[in-house]
Design a protein around this ligand. Structure first.
Ligand SMILES: [Zn+2]
Length: 408
């Protein structure tokens, strides 16, 4: 190929890639007609630890969520993750849970004209009509309830509408995928009897049961005992990216039979096998770097937060090329094919992945690019609206119905 033809071909390729990033009128119309719901963002760490204001307009801020970014992406509802680091909060998990819950309410109090707390499907729909962001609460990790079912009920009363049965740590009642191969951790072979009671109590309350993060056996025990459809608030497909945080095809089909929904995680290491392997290869050195930094802070008498670790994690994540957006779309596509179009949605993990999202997805403002990509793959407007939020809304409504049945 002559140099001139090569240049012309390159220019065409570049303009095509620029074009594929732009949003067509059709995709824009579909996206703006949807009630878009994301079921996992770790922004409360920022609210609490750095006093981040969701009203921020700082163009240099590298966070995924602000009110402006949510508006630009037509994000209608966000489940804010109430995640208590089990290492740095030993002895006071419930107190830290309360602090994080407070941090979300305080953001709403600062911006009552632009966002509102939401506790039900009706609230989400009302927020949408009023053009406000619906803020919901989801606890990430059963350790938050300190093995006390009364605390579970208290958190429900404070507005918590889902609980991930475990985070990466096995707790008193549920095994986690994060430490299932660690012989030093005492495991239960899935859910304990108490854990099964917790699931049924969540059904009775109308709190969504979240199976992200749990060990495979915990997943199957949960499916067997739950009376309401479950969610996986932020998990992708293991057949495409072989990470234990992702769900096997058998699990995807089981969620479909249960009537639940799998909300695809955007984290690069969960959606792209090349990225996952590169991240795994650097994990030892990366973990050592994080530890050296946090040890240094501790020695200086400082309290170490998630954001301190995140600073180092970002430097390491930036060394691996970001996967293409098509990797994320492949996961949506796979789950839609294996589980069915009614059982897939979005669980970004925004503000919880140290910037490791696919190309083009830098914040909630980029959500229309997902719609554009789905249009390009031939998805209908109705199917896209299901993925963007319709499916999880249906599951939430069904959990509310089951709760009414069980409390009659
Ligand atoms: Zn998580």
């Amino acid at each position: 190929m002559s140099k001139r033809i090569l240049t012309a071909a390159l220019a065409l390729a570049l303009s095509f890639s620029a074009h594929s990033q732009s949003i067509s009128a059709k995709a824009r119309e579909i996206h703006n007609s949807a009630l878009v719901i994301d079921t996992h963002a770790d922004t409360p760490q920022r609210f609490l630890d750095e006093n981040y204001d969701i009203g921020s307009t700082d163009p240099k801020d590298n966070g995924h969520i602000s009110l402006d970014k949510a508006k630009a992406g037509n994000l209608g509802a966000e489940f804010f993750s109430i995640w208590v680091d089990p290492e740095t909060n030993q002895g006071h998990f419930a107190r830290h849970t309360l602090d994080l819950i407070d941090s979300v309410y305080e953001q709403v109090a600062r911006h009552p004209d632009r966002m509102m707390m939401a506790f039900s499907v009706a609230d989400i729909e009302r927020a949408h009509r009023e053009h406000k962001l619906a803020a919901l609460l989801g606890i990430e990790g059963g350790h938050s309830i300190e093995n006390d079912i009364r605390l579970l009920r208290d958190f429900y009363r404070l507005g918590v509408r889902y609980m991930t049965l475990s985070w990466s740590n096995t707790n008193e009642f549920a095994d986690s995928s994060g430490d299932i191969n660690n012989p030093k951790v005492e495991h239960h072979n899935g859910l304990t009897e108490g854990g099964k009671q917790i699931v049924v109590e969540m059904n009775r309350l109308g709190m969504l049961v979240d199976v992200s993060h749990v060990a495979d056996k915990t997943f199957w025990d949960t499916i067997a005992v739950t009376k309401a459809p479950v969610i996986a608030s932020h998990s992708s497909a293991r057949a495409l990216t072989n990470h234990p945080r992702n769900m096997t095809d058998d699990m995807l089909r089981a969620v479909a039979r249960n009537g639940g929904v799998v909300q695809v995680n955007f984290y690069s290491a969960f959606i792209d096998e090349t990225y996952r392997k590169a991240a795994e290869a650097q994990s030892k050195d990366r973990d050592a770097a994080v530890k050296a930094y946090t040890d240094q802070l501790k020695a200086a008498g400082k309290t170490v937060t998630y954001l301190d670790e995140d600073r180092i994690e970002r430097e390491w994540a930036a060394r691996i090329p970001r996967p293409p957006l098509s990797s994320l779309i492949d996961h949506i596509d796979h789950i839609a094919k294996v589980a069915g179009i009614d059982h897939v949605g979005l669980g970004s993990d925004f503000d919880g992945v140290s910037g490791a999202t696919p190309q083009g997805i830098d914040s909630a403002a980029d959500l229309p690019k997902i719609t554009q990509a789905l249009v390009e793959r031939g998805y209908s407007a109705d199917d896209i609206r299901k993925i963007l939020g319709g499916n999880v809304l249906r599951v939430f409504r069904e959990a509310e119905r089951v709760s009414h049945e069980l409390t009659k």
